[in-house]
Design a protein around this ligand. Structure first.
Ligand code: PMP
Length: 360
């Protein structure tokens, strides 16, 4: 079997051990004579998988007791609407800091469900950094401040958590469980699982239970957090395959030292790659200010768009896949999620040096 190095922004690399174990169990789940994805989601086999995955999510992500985990379909995108429909159900204003494409999409959808306000917008500066707390003009009494903690397309992350006196709501999709979250600042943390955590097909949401009290969102049952909370994320048929793989990835993470180990591995991978970029005498360039650089989505430019195209194509042939930047911004991007081994980054850095030598 040949596995390439997959630098795609998501879905992306999963631990090979998890894929192999899933393959082993796929056709006949633990002697049941059928697959887990063929059986009732209300039976004992799935029940055990579901409970273990949600419990592990809280354990690995170090989630405090006053938060509840929810496994929901619709990806992170549905959460843009859902969080506003729920958290603004009793009125109030949702504040948004626009650090890139995903924060912008979040406010656009939220505006259909409640009153929103943009308190910071980095677009005039081509989204090169995250704001400091003192730049965020959030009025007291604002229901929440929504942040995208790591912008997947622009490669910008918050290295300092905003502390603005109102609860934070965070989209952590592209750095899910790659670093700890200061839970005391948050009412809700969410993300799609298809980058760092599982096979595509769902979002994981962690919501402060008290934040849902007394709300009567005027939306259908699937869109209400309280409905999913009361049903332990079994209100309807859950995304069984995704939850199944999630449990396996979380066990893999826990066995490797959990969140602290994921965080230091992320820093090591990113340090190696930024080192290569910064050490190239400006041949490779990262447009993001050093204080806001993402550890999981490293964006970089080459001297010309033609060289970038050639770089991506030659890298692909060398077994380094998914290095093209998002079509909206161009350039190159290497996504380095939890399951990316260090030798993948070493191979990329070696390729970058050889490519520069041949074309510089
Ligand atoms: N937020 C961020 C930061 C993302 O990177 C993405 C997907 N790339 C999304 C939201 C949307 O996720 P989904 O496809 O799960 O709806």
């Amino acid at each position: 079997m040949t596995r390439i190095h997959n630098f795609s922004a998501g879905p992306s690399t999963l631990p090979v051990e998890v894929l192999e174990e899933t393959r082993e169990e796929l056709v006949d789940y633990r002697g049941a004579g059928m697959s887990l994805v063929e059986m009732s989601h209300r039976g004992p086999h799935y029940d055990a998988v579901h409970s273990e995955a949600l419990a592990l999510a809280c354990e690995v992500f170090e989630v405090p007791e006053d938060f509840a985990p929810l496994a929901l379909q619709g990806g992170a995108t549905l959460q843009f609407s859902m969080l506003a429909a729920n958290l603004l159900a009793a009125g109030g204003v949702g504040a948004y800091a626009i650090t890139g494409t995903w924060a912008r999409k979040a406010v656009e959808d939220a505006a259909r469900h409640g009153e929103v306000m943009t308190v910071w917008d980095g677009s005039s500066d081509q989204y090169r950094r995250a704001p400091r707390t003192d730049e965020l003009a959030v009025e007291p009494g604002t229901r929440y401040l929504h942040i995208c903690t790591n912008e997947t397309i622009e490669g910008v992350r918050y290295t300092q958590w905003p502390d603005v006196g109102v609860p934070l709501v965070g989209d952590v999709s592209s750095e899910f469980m790659s670093r700890p979250v200061p839970w005391e600042l948050f009412d809700l943390v969410y993300g799609g699982v298809q980058k760092n955590l599982a096979a595509p097909g769902m979002a994981l949401v962690f919501v402060r239970r008290a934040a849902l009290e007394g709300l009567e969102p005027a939306v259908g049952s699937y869109l209400r957090y309280d409905v999913h909370l009361a049903a332990n994320s079994l209100h309807n048929t859950p995304p069984v395959f995704s939850v199944w793989v999630l449990g396996k990835v979380l066990r893999w993470m826990r066995d490797r030292g959990g969140l602290a180990a994921m965080e230091s591995a992320a820093a090591e991978r990113a340090g190696l790659l930024y080192g290569a970029i910064d050490g190239s005498d400006g041949w490779y360039r990262c447009p993001v200010e050093p204080s806001s650089r993402s550890l999981t989505n490293v964006v970089f430019r080459l001297p010309t768009p033609e060289l970038e195209d050639r770089f991506v194509a030659e890298a692909e042939r060398a077994g380094l896949s998914g290095l093209k930047g998002h079509r909206s911004v161009g350039g190159c991007r290497a996504s380095l999620y939890n399951a990316m081994p260090l030798d993948g980054v070493e191979a990329l850095v070696g390729f970058m040096e050889a490519f520069r030598e041949a074309n510089g």
